[in-house]
Design a binder for this molecule. Structure first.
Ligand SMILES: NC(=O)C1=CN([C@@H]2O[C@H](COP(=O)(O)OP(=O)(O)OC[C@H]3O[C@@H](n4cnc5c(N)ncnc54)[C@H](O)[C@@H]3O)[C@@H](O)[C@H]2O)C=CC1
Ligand SMILES: O=C1[C@@H](O)[C@H](O)[C@@H](O)[C@H](O)[C@H]1O
Length: 341
């Protein structure tokens, strides 16, 4: 599908991420234009579309996909709305960039994998944007190079300053830890096979009903342990760190790239406030790569299978949260479409 004219994108969901992706496509990346915006909150869709020349607003996401100017879809509605939007896009053979999680549960994710596999070609990329972050890419290259030997442990920290009321234990896994699940699979090239969840006493800052922070320990099929501190009401900013403990050294990303000072008996740096700031460059690279691939008729980046694999691990983590103990991950067979990907 090599094409000269810009790719016409329908953005579904005009909330925080959707509005930011609209700005990114309209003003930052080139090669694409926002042809339509849809939000079940019609006023929100209209307000966002009004800022973009030639962009139509719809209250119905399917109507937006059917806009004549639309060649591809970016899904930025909440996770539970993803399955319906993905199936409608696949039915129309429209390439999709779907914000994480692919779906909040493994059964729905598997339905998407099977629907795409039945078409015989990849149309879906999942928005695991850390794969596009320069620091994480450096860490991946270092691990792949093998100069520090085999990785033994991956130690992850994921902190948000605060979260909205209504954030649940399940969202802690499906919306937040899902990033570490994908990051670990991608960095290590291994599958996660089991998970245990540990809960300290909850912070007084956590929204009512949320057990925050939590410590999740994942085991991979090659015997690596991945621990994740998830703390979504830490109060002081947005902090994502990942340290690989290898046979011959350690390598960490997370603070580098930001100002780090030593001064008069103190050390420290600047902590970004939000993911939109910390991963701004990764989101730009992600959407730019998606547009370039779609315009060239290719599919790349995290696949629907990666979305399913993460959902299967999330499901095991939710069971571990509820029931305690060590829970093994149950995974379906990988369709041929995703072999070697
Ligand atoms: N990659 C990343 O770092 C991040 C990804 N996300 C993901 O982005 C997606 C959206 O998250 P936010 O923008 O934070 O949520 P939000 O709540 O700010 O916005 C969601 C918008 O979707 C609309 N909406 C609800 N149902 C819809 C439907 N069926 N069709 C179309 N629009 C619908 C809502 O009215 C709202 O305007 C989620 O999948 C979330 O997990 C969110 C934050 C960061
Ligand atoms: O994807 C994201 C949010 O949905 C999630 O709620 C946050 O915890 C993550 O840090 C952010 O990257």
């Amino acid at each position: 599908m090599n094409r000269a004219e810009p790719l016409g994108v329908a953005v579904l969901g005009a909330g925080r991420m959707g509005a930011d992706h609209v700005r990114r496509i309209a003003e930052v990346i080139g090669g694409a234009r926002v042809a339509a915006v849809a939000d079940v909150d019609a006023a929100r869709a209209e307000a966002v579309a009004a800022g973009v020349a030639g962009c139509a607003a719809y209250p119905d996401p399917v109507a937006a996909m059917d806009d004549p100017g639309v060649d591809a879809v970016l899904i930025a509605s909440p996770g539970p709305a993803h399955e319906a939007a993905l199936l409608a896009a696949l039915e129309r053979r429209l390439p999709v960039l779907c914000e994480k999680p692919l779906t909040p549960d493994a059964a729905a994710a598997l339905r998407i994998v099977h629907a795409e596999a039945a078409l015989g070609r990849r149309l879906i990329q999942v928005g695991f944007m850390r794969r596009y972050d320069a620091d994480f890419q450096r860490l991946k290259a270092l691990l792949a190079g093998g100069e520090q030997g085999r990785t033994l442990l991956l130690r992850c920290t994921h902190r948000n300053a605060s979260t909205l009321p209504g954030f649940t234990d399940a969202m802690l896994v499906n919306d937040s830890v899902v990033h570490e699940i994908d990051t670990a699979r991608w960095l290590l090239g291994q599958e996660i096979t089991a998970v245990t969840v540990h809960r300290p006493r909850p912070s007084g800052r956590a929204p009512r009903g949320l057990g925050d922070p939590q410590l999740l320990v994942f085991e991979t099929d090659a015997g690596v342990l991945v621990d994740v501190e998830i703390f979504v009401s830490c109060g002081f900013g947005y902090q994502v760190r990942c340290e690989a403990v290898n046979e011959g050294g350690t390598a960490r990303v997370g603070d580098d790239g930001h100002l780090f000072l030593n001064a008069a008996g103190r050390w420290g740096g600047v902590i970004p406030g939000e993911f939109t700031e910390r991963f701004a460059d990764a989101y730009d690279r992600e959407v730019r790569a998606w547009v370039a691939a779609v315009r060239a008729g290719r599919a790349e980046g995290p696949s629907a299978w990666d979305g399913y694999a993460a959902a299967a691990v999330c499901e095991a983590a939710l069971r571990a949260q509820r029931e305690g103990g060590r829970v093994t991950v149950e995974s379906a067979g990988r369709p041929a479409l995703y072999e070697g990907a």
